[in-house]
Design a protein around this ligand. Sequence first.
Ligand SMILES: NC(=O)C1=CN([C@@H]2O[C@H](COP(=O)(O)OP(=O)(O)OC[C@H]3O[C@@H](n4cnc5c(N)ncnc54)[C@H](O)[C@@H]3O)[C@@H](O)[C@H]2O)C=CC1
Length: 532
Amino acid sequence: MAQSTLDSMPGASTGTVVITEPLNFWGGKRVKPREEKNAEPVFEPATGRVLCQMVPCGAEEVDEAIQSAYAAYQKWSKMAGMERARVMLEAARIIRERREKIAKLEVINNGKTITEALGNIDFSWKSIEYYAGLAGTLAGQHIQLPGGAFAYSRREPLGVCVGIGAWNFPFLITTLKSAPALACGNAMVYKPSPMAPVTAVILAEIYKEAGVPDGLFCVVQGGAETGSLLCHHPKVAKVSFTGSVPTGKKVMEMSAKSVKQVTLELGGKSPLIIFKDCELENAVKGALMANFLTQGQVCCNGTRVFVQREIMPQFLEEVVKRTKAIPVGDPLLGSTRMGPLISKPQLEKVLGFVSQAKKEGARVLCGGDPFVPSDPKLKGGYFMSPCVLGTSNTLVNGGTAHAQSALFFNTQSLSTDNCRDDMTCVKEEIFGPVMSVLPFDTEEEVIQRANNTTFGLASGVFTRDISRAHRVAASMEAGTCFINNYNINPIELPFGGYKMSGFGRENGQVTIEYYSQLKTVVVEMGDVESLF
Ligand SMILES: NC(=O)C1=CN([C@@H]2O[C@H](COP(=O)(O)OP(=O)(O)OC[C@H]3O[C@@H](n4cnc5c(N)ncnc54)[C@H](O)[C@@H]3O)[C@@H](O)[C@H]2O)C=CC1
């Protein structure tokens, strides 16, 4: 029962939790792995300690889960939207009631701070409430035809949908996929990331407790192999994927073989454009919010920060000062603002991007090093100091940039000491706490440079010029543009990518379209007029 893992949470602290319960869920209960082979240790990022074992599901287990989901779908899809809504609202209520315990478990598995995790869990129950609200509104059309005939369309579910998730928002991604799926009358089999497997099964238990038919929401554990079994299974109607571009392409390719619908939420390298007429304090805060939530492991982060040259000195001074002041440490402490990265390889990858940036001529203005907190239990954690890559020589030594003139930065921009658009750190998704700051001169130039990427997930602009703000927003080749803020993604609004950041949308009313299909029913009231 969910309660056993969650019940240990109130007193749990970093470095104390071990999870031994099975992490699979189908047929209305937790299911032990058939064989323990290929078990992978799952680490607590803050300590480097083993938290549990993740045992990947094989073909028979995947099939069992999908069959149990299909059986539940037969019942659930026949219920009225309002009946489904009632069950979903109960699930949302239970999540709200247990928000602190779930958030704690999320922190222990993922490393994000408790403050952020609580926000994520609140977003989760809101997403279920939101789609519960829409469940009763699903409807088709009635069309009058000649001779008294008529037709109507029925909005019907797709069947068994698969969700494949990433490790950065483990519980939230699970609800963002399952809430619209269930509202439309589908069942879902969900595969979490092998690095963050522990909270998806909590959601499965909550849905059960709320009253969904057994099997309606299943969890299978595993990595690429289990994921590909799901994408190939003939009883699966749709795959909703969140993760990297290369894996997204594979998911699309596999799903194409049996013509499954696909939604892809992939990575980004989003631009944040800061004009000289901005409210600087807000722009600085916006840049921090755009880069350092969840240790920078956020797909829509604005990691290419374009700053108009005239305000570069003030911007850098402030952003570096505040970045240096971010409290890094035990993610379960309310005062911590940055925890560890998800894994050792991810930490090494991110530090590798910083070294590469240095080699290519970028200046490390602060951070970018492994960080060892003073608390002895955190010595084995995957921490690093948040990093700003930029342009100024003097800031490296902690000097003030205020004294520097615009001319200085003009000169600097011609040297190799700048972040440049062609650097690896500026082109590739780093997925860590690394902000690249780039100078620009004109609106036309910055729009062209901001769009010069294969990604298109999000974008942002800070300016007090209302016309400019909307002009820039309209010019961005990205699924979202934030004006005078960043990373505000409420459930009511569609979220998704342009270009290689994916297609389809999550959140908002439009997602109903991605989890349902229309059936046309034509009704003759007279005789058949046959040509034969
Ligand atoms: N856009 C986003 O929200 C995210 C982007 N990423 C990016 O991806 C990079 C790698 O992170 P990963 O977690 O390794 O991402 P990934 O794309 O490898 O994995 C995402 C999910 O897909 C599954 N998967 C892997 N191979 C599969 C296959 N062949 N068939 C079906 N499912 C498969 C994984 O087990 C996981 O559940 C990150 O460094 C980051 O750049 C990662 C997480 C989220």
